[in-house]
Design a protein around this ligand. Structure first.
Ligand code: EPU
Length: 341
């Protein structure tokens, strides 16, 4: 059922005030299909919102907002020790991580406590503590907006990169992701190279031990959206060429840097912002988190415009000091000025 003028403040983890002209929650493939046909028939702009944890919402979302709520998942035995997990787009990501770890299935335990729904996970190729979704993802099932056709993309067709995929480029705003298929394994394979993760788990940890350790690290650094509005990392970690990285290291020898296989070097945006003295600053209703400078926060009563102005200020300061241009991570959706068609 399509609802009108729906308040989305609670539907985005930044807690920004926004209204959807129309909203429909789809709990089946058939309903998703119907929503697409309806939007096409009326020529409504269409926006898909999952858990709302990686979005900056402008005040007005015209047309039709679709919220996928396909919340089932099932397991299918596969080769050797592996299992295929079919996951509806509306499944809460962290609940899936916990459920898989409890079954002794390995592969996504390092991705614990990432907010949002499974359907959004491939868009930015969620990653944390040395693991990316792309490593375990087999296929993405989707509906194409044009013609409402079903399609299955294999991992190679998703063009996964660091916080990147085809869904941010050629397929941006053109599909509704309905289901993911992940390949997990019963064979223990703890990935503990990142930070002090190894020190936080017992010898021969279970997947659930890793989930607990990752969750603890995240709780220490990252604000809980239920308490303080945020969208996780607001910028991606910038990638520069080796020469540029060396010039920066000559000046700031303690700068965190991670050489990549292709010769480029990844820098830590949080460190760059921190070194500009911005950690913990507050600008009206928005600010930079006081424990992780990569996270912008909304204290309440603010707007997308205020937050984006702060992001611009942060970007300009980092560029002036380090000559590195930061890229925003969350997607900005909607319109600044309400204007009903
Ligand atoms: N740092 C600072 N000051 C800060 C923040 C970070 O000096 O305010 C330094 C840290 O000391 C460390 C380096 O920067 O040396 C990197 O920091 P951290 O290990 O906390 O990770 P990150 O690069 O800030 C990335 C992801 C996170 C993910 C963590 C752990 C991106 C954009 N962010 O953060 O993802 O949880 O690694 O893997 O890649 C998210 O995307 O929402 C997110 C939280």
């Amino acid at each position: 059922m399509i609802q009108h003028d729906v308040d989305l403040t609670a539907a985005n983890t930044l807690g920004l005030p926004a209204t959807a002209e129309r909203l429909v929650t789809v709990t089946s493939l058939a309903q998703a299909h119907e929503a697409l046909v309806e939007a096409e028939r009326h020529d409504w702009p269409l926006t898909v919102i999952g858990g709302g944890s990686n979005l900056v919402l402008e005040p007005w979302l015209p047309g039709l907002v679709v919220r996928p709520a396909l919340t089932d998942y099932w397991l299918e035995p596969a080769d050797g020790d592996t299992v295929r997990v079919h996951v509806g787009a509306g499944v809460n990501w962290h609940e899936l991580v916990v459920a898989m770890a409890e079954r002794g299935l390995w592969g996504i335990e390092n991705l614990a406590l990432i907010p949002g729904q499974a359907g959004a996970a491939p868009i930015q190729n969620i990653g944390a503590y040395g693991v990316e979704l792309a490593e375990v993802l087999e296929t993405v099932h989707l509906l194409e907006r044009d013609g409402a056709r079903e399609r299955v993309l294999g991992r190679d067709e998703c063009a996964f990169g660091y916080r990147d995929s085809v869904f941010k480029h050629a397929l941006e705003n053109r599909v509704i992701i309905t289901r993911l298929v992940l390949r997990l394994s019963h064979r223990p394979r703890p990935r503990l190279d990142y930070g002090d993760l190894a020190a936080r788990v017992p010898a021969s940890p279970s997947a659930a031990d890793v989930v607990a350790a990752v969750s603890a690290v995240r709780r220490e650094k990252l604000p809980d959206p239920a308490v303080l509005g945020n969208a996780g990392s607001f910028f991606t970690n910038p990638i520069v060429d080796a020469e540029k990285a060396q010039r920066l290291l000559d000046e700031w020898p303690d700068m965190p840097h991670f050489p990549l296989p292709d010769g480029h070097v990844k820098l830590a945006a949080g460190w760059l912002i921190d070194r500009c003295g911005l950690k913990g600053v507050r600008d009206g209703h928005v600010g930079v988190h006081d424990r992780q400078a990569l996270v912008l926060v909304h204290h309440g009563g603010g707007s997308a415009a205020e937050l984006l102005a702060l992001a611009e200020r942060v970007t300009a300061m980092v560029e002036a000091r380090f000559g590195v241009r930061l890229t925003r991570e969350p997607r900005v959706l909607g319109e600044a000025v309400p204007g009903k068609a």
